[in-house]
Design a protein around this ligand. Structure first.
Ligand code: ARG
Length: 295
């Protein structure tokens, strides 16, 4: 699983004399993503039943066995430095795709959404330890995380992107070898980039973990790192907001975003997972994504 992202991009520009590994690397990655993706197609056939939740919200959800941090509230653990999925607004609120989807889920369940903003690396533990109800943070499903939380079916796809300055001599993934790379701590971008070269990474010693994506991008602007690896939509948002940056053309493997729920909270899992199915099927999620991402 770890190999997934960087192996994917290395396979795209196999100038390292490792061509023989290319086949196995892409094989393992497709296997990894299909396990995370399973369930996404089955949804549409039975999604209608999930719709009941919206019409008679509070009675459909049996409040009895659904554990919530606070009665009547749905606490969402996130890291709001990840536009367009979640970011803070000038007036101290939150905006983004995840915020809108979670607001809709909460209201369908008769709950009020509360955003718990924290470091990305605390999001999973916050839900595991019962401080927040759901983990929703543009969070990629991977095997390691599935050991700690149950994930709904996915609601969005992503790929990892490489941001460099426009005048950089880094033109391809191969040029990243031996360069200084910045990532957000705890992310799949960091996990994969900091892996060993033989596993398709660039070596821990070459990768710096920053508290959030914005800080990593600042480090790039200040010349402290040569590149930032981060999910493609935040990458586009950061490049649009800062002059002099560009995104490399790469061929990454896809990652899938989903909502994580504590393993001992089956009733909440079922309620949120049927919501995701319903909101995918009735086009609500697509509408929200299209509102924030204009191609
Ligand atoms: N998709 C990546 C991951 O799951 C990055 C997510 C970062 N999210 C955030 N809200 N800062 O590791």
């Amino acid at each position: 699983m770890k190999k997934k992202l960087i192996a994917g991009i290395l396979a795209a520009g196999m100038a390292l004399g490792l061509a023989a590994c290319g086949g196995s690397a892409s094989g393992s990655s497709s296997e990894a993503s299909s396990s995370a993706a399973s369930g996404s197609t089955a949804a549409s056939t039975e999604g209608v039943s999930g719709a009941a939740a919206s019409t008679s919200a509070s009675s459909t959800v049996s409040a009895g066995d659904m554990k919530l941090v606070e009665p009547g509230k749905l606490h969402m653990a996130t890291n709001a430095s990840f536009p367009p999925y979640e970011s803070t607004t000038d007036d101290g609120g939150f905006t983004g795709i995840d915020i809108d989807i979670a607001t809709k889920i909460a209201s369908d369940l008769g709950l009020e959404l509360v955003v718990d903003d924290m470091d990305f690396s605390s999001v999973i533990t916050s839900v595991q330890s019962g401080k927040s109800d759901i983990a929703m943070a543009g969070m990629t499903v991977n095997e390691e995380r599935q050991k700690n939380l149950d994930f709904t079916e996915s609601y969005a796809n992503s790929i990892q992107s490489v941001i460099v300055s426009k005048d950089s001599d880094i033109k391809s993934i191969d040029d990243l070898k031996g360069k200084k790379i910045g990532c957000q701590e705890g992310t799949t971008g960091y996990i994969d980039a900091s892996d060993t070269e033989e596993n398709g990474g660039f070596g821990e010693e070459n990768v710096t973990a920053y508290q959030d994506g914005a800080t990593a991008v600042n480090a790039l602007m200040q010349g402290k790192v040569d590149a930032v690896i981060i999910d493609n939509e935040p990458a586009k948002a950061y490049v649009a907001a800062n002059d002099g940056l560009t995104i490399l053309d790469t061929n990454y493997d896809e990652e899938e975003y989903a909502i994580g729920i504590a393993k001992d909270n089956k009733a909440l899992y079922d309620a949120v997972n049927s919501e995701i199915k319903k909101l995918k099927e009735d086009g609500t999620i697509k509408g929200i994504i299209d509102k924030y991402i204009k191609e």
